[in-house]
Write a protein that binds this ligand. Structure first.
Ligand code: DOR
Ligand code: ZN
Length: 425
């Protein structure tokens, strides 16, 4: 099967390409990238006026399977991924049971083989049951196919245990992804501490609860020489700590999510739980700091933290609602609208943050349009504006912060391992 993508603007920073080119796909691989490719193809995609990019790699996705298939499944979540231009996801281990043993990895691997539409990679838990008491067996998790470790949703509170985790991770050469949050300092809060918590009379979560834990996690990573990735950075102080660590050659990378560069705590004033997540939306200054960190390269990755929850858990009063929002189907358009639209990123840098950097951090052979690479490719109409509507989500859950917003940039085609998907609405 040959598919020819003709006349698009191909942006592939790994190969320093930003030019009008054709791409020929043969079966599951890219076989040629050149101007005016001639010859027969089974399918021709006219990409004139469109941008052609490596498929996105989202390293922070909650697929909820096994255990909470009412929120999302590997099938529905990976379909949502493809619709959003995401061809590879890293599935977080806060499932039920948690992915903390080789047996549980086998369960999720079987489910992925059976029903995944996109490439799904596995992040396993740092501690058994994600309870922060006892380390899981990193060697066997890695052997069974885990490519990173995280207790995402919680942080490992005990310093000595986390130090041991980093030692083991260094030994096994596996990435640790930190959900950096000191629960004691977060003090049961539900919104950012400050303007909104005072205005709404809700308990606040300080930035200190985040950055103090970022500081600890980086210190322990430095001590052990392990690789650490800080998930969902939301505030300026965390960025300052990460900047200092990078200067001091600590092996640290970090991510933020579209909600942190699009919204700030003022969005919460209407008590809409679709703006409730952990960490919470912070001040306007923090939002601007996240934008700056993305523009100047300090933030390596944009990941969605796709966190599906049912209406029963979300469409209730703010204090009781679950934390988290879906993001797979809006992250690219949000980045195009807010970051490219405001000249904070160009297309090459967008590919770095959303495809090449996460691939490199996870050690995946993705994020490029090199000849011989897997044909994970997206064709994007950069000008098409669309309104985010609940009824159009492929995700089983509809808890998006972007509902009702107009976004620019529409994924027209997603090729995943050469298989072509066309999107209309
Ligand atoms: O808002 C969040 N939701 N933050 C997390 O860390 C976990 C996630 C979830 O799993 O729902
Ligand atoms: Zn998290």
């Amino acid at each position: 099967m040959k598919t020819l993508i003709k006349g698009g603007r191909v942006v592939d920073p790994a190969n320093k390409i930003d030019a009008l080119m054709d791409i020929l796909v043969e079966d599951s691989k890219i076989s040629k990238v050149a101007k005016n490719i001639q010859g027969a193809a089974d399918k021709i995609i006219d990409a004139s006026g469109k941008i052609v990019l490596p498929g996105l790699v989202d390293m922070h996705v909650h697929l909820r399977e096994p255990g909470r298939e009412d929120k999302e499944t590997i099938c529905s979540g990976s379909k949502a991924a493809l619709a959003g231009g995401v061809t590879s996801v890293l599935a977080m281990p806060n499932t039920s049971p948690a992915i903390d043993s080789k047996e549980n990895i086998k369960i999720i691997k079987t489910a992925i083989q059976k029903s995944a539409k996109a490439n799904c990679f596995i992040c396993a838990a740092i501690t058994k049951g994600r309870l922060g008491e006892e380390l899981s067996d990193f060697a066997s998790l890695k052997k069974e196919g885990a490519i990173a470790l995280s207790d995402d949703g919680s942080s490992v509170d005990k310093d000595a245990l986390m130090l041991e985790a980093f030692k083991q991770a260094k030994k096994e050469d596996i990435l640790v992804i930190c959900h950096s949050e000191d629960k004691k300092l977060a003090a049961g809060g539900v919104v950012n501490l400050g303007f909104t918590s005072t205005r709404l009379g809700l308990r606040g979560i300080s930035t200190e609860s985040e950055y103090k834990r970022v500081e600890r996690d980086i210190r322990l990573a430095k001590e052990t020489g392990a690789r650490v990735h800080i998930a969902h950075v939301s505030c300026q102080e965390s960025l300052e700590i990460i900047a200092r660590a990078k200067k001091n050659k600590v092996r640290v990378t970090c991510e933020s999510a579209p909600h942190y560069f699009t919204f700030n705590e003022e969005a919460v004033l209407g008590y809409d739980p679709n703006f409730k997540m952990n960490p919470p939306l912070r001040s306007k200054e923090d939002m601007l700091a996240i934008r700056k960190g993305l523009a100047d390269g300090l933030i390596d990755v944009i990941a969605s933290d796709h966190a599906p929850h049912t209406e029963n858990e979300k469409d209730i009063e703010f204090e009781r609602a679950e934390c988290g929002v879906i993001g797979l189907e809006t992250e690219l358009a949000a980045a195009i609208t807010e970051l490219i639209g405001n000249n904070l990123l160009d297309w090459s840098k967008l590919v770095l943050k959303m495809s090449l950097n996460p691939s490199r951090i996870l050690g995946l052979n993705k994020g490029t349009l090199s000849v011989g690479a897997d044909a994970d490719i997206i064709v994007v109409d950069p000008e098409r504006e669309w309104v985010v509507k609940k009824e159009n989500f492929y995700s089983k859950s509809k808890n998006s912060s972007f509902i009702g917003r107009s976004l620019k940039g529409f994924v027209e085609y997603t090729l995943c391992q050469g298989k072509v998907h066309k999107w209309n609405s």
